[in-house]
Design a protein around this ligand. Structure first.
Ligand code: HEC
Ligand code: HEC
Length: 219
């Protein structure tokens, strides 16, 4: 009799725990949905002027934030710190005043604009470049400076590429992120792929490492 009682109580407990888990999962799903809607609202109020509707960007003015290659390699930490601290010296001003919760809601909204899997963990864990900055300088000035400026100051130099020599960018970006961007480019923007026969220039892996090493000398 006693044993049966315990059994009934245990079964009841398990059922309660399972029910709580199901409703917890439903709550999380609802919250994410709510956060995306909330994030979109905050985006419309603060970011749409520069980054445009659906975050598609505008060449020479503000980069696309819905770009699938960007979102697949950018970690939440990269996006958070970029939004929080801005990129001093560019029109990407800091948005600290929004506070952490709202910034994460914007990130949730941006992530909802892509279906490509987020591989930022693997990208950030890639090795650092051991390239030769002196060789990288030649490539950079030959190929990249046209769009990013000789010192990597981006739009300020009157071109369409972003400020890849900017201190706030280089502080938060990993060599893996730089490597993936140079190799694969960003679809529907002027940042094309720079490796392989279909690339804008068929750079070898070693040459890409040299360019990364050179970019690191900016800050
Ligand atoms: C006044 C224009 C302006 C506004 C408003 C603005 N941005 Fe930007 N944003 C820029 C520019 C310009 C850049 C590129 C800076 C550079 O040259 O590196 C940028 C870059 C970024 C990047 C880095 C993208 C990349 O490709 O690495 C993120 C993320 C970003 N902005 C998010 C936001 C969010 C979120 C908001 C709203 C809270 C916002 N921005 C508001 C102009 C703006
Ligand atoms: C034809 C112009 C063009 C050339 C040449 C070019 N880029 Fe870009 N690059 C861009 C644009 C435009 C973007 C931002 C995409 C956007 O506007 O959404 C970008 C983005 C990047 C980013 C990401 C920066 C960020 O803010 O997140 C890196 C890194 C980069 N380029 C490196 C390079 C390197 C290295 C070279 C030379 C091998 C190069 N690019 C050549 C136009 C160019």
């Amino acid at each position: 009799m006693k044993k049966k009682n315990i059994f009934v109580k245990l079964t009841a407990l398990v059922l309660v725990v399972m029910a709580t888990q199901i409703s917890y999962a439903q709550d999380v799903a609802k919250n994410i949905e709510k956060d995306v809607a909330e994030g979109k609202k905050i985006y419309q109020q603060n970011c749409v002027f520069c980054h445009q509707a659906d975050a598609i960007g505008k060449p020479g003015f503000a980069p696309s934030l819905s770009n699938e290659e960007l979102l697949s390699i950018a970690s939440d930490d990269f996006l958070y710190r970029t939004i929080f601290n801005g990129r001093i010296g560019t029109s990407m001003i800091p948005f600290k005043h929004l506070g952490g919760k709202k910034i994460y809601q914007i990130i949730g909204y941006l992530r909802s604009l892509t279906t490509k899997p987020n591989r930022s963990k693997e990208v950030e864990a890639q090795h650092d470049s051991h390239g030769d900055a002196r060789l990288g300088k030649i490539w950079f000035e030959d190929i990249c400076a046209t769009c990013h400026g000789v010192k990597g100051d981006g739009y300020l130099s009157g071109s369409t590429g972003t400020a890849i020599g900017n201190k706030n960018f280089l502080k938060v970006v990993s060599d893996g992120f730089l490597r993936e961007t140079i190799k694969h480019g960003r679809s529907n923007t002027r940042m094309l792929s720079f490796s392989g026969p279909t690339g804008l220039a068929n750079l070898s892996d070693g040459e890409i490492e040299d360019i990364i090493a050179y970019i690191r000398t900016f800050y």
